[in-house]
Design a protein around this ligand. Sequence first.
Ligand SMILES: [Cu+2]
Length: 161
Amino acid sequence: MATSPRLNLVFMATFLVLATSISAKEYIVGDENGWTLDFDYQTWAKDKVFVVGDTLVFNYPASVHTVVKVNGTEFQQCSTSASNGIMTSGHDVIPLQTPGRKWYICGVGKHCESRNMKLVITVLPQTSAPAPSPIATSTSPKLAVPTIYGFVVALFALIFV
Ligand SMILES: [Cu+2]
């Protein structure tokens, strides 16, 4: 019993769609500056669109800084509580698993209060329509979408012609 070429196409299309939906962006906080003193993280975050499934990476010399996930109030006050997860590895990879606002500060000394080591981002749901278009510097995720649409159109053409 021969495998239908159309069935193969369905599998391929399914695979492509899945591959696209799990593809995620990794953001190095502060880019080459990393997680450090006196960097403007709000400007860094401003033109980026964070989506569930993306990851944040905080790079810094371990023992010099930390990364503490806090709430909005703690963020404003640069305070931490026992319930906050603290990360100290120097290469902290944080998967963005839920939509909403996320706040991160450095828990060392007055790095948050006086040296601007604080980052707030808003994570969008994965299913949302294309976000307000950022001035995209990375083009690969954008290229993938027309590819999928083209493939789906071709697939329908094959099935219904
Ligand atoms: Cu610090």
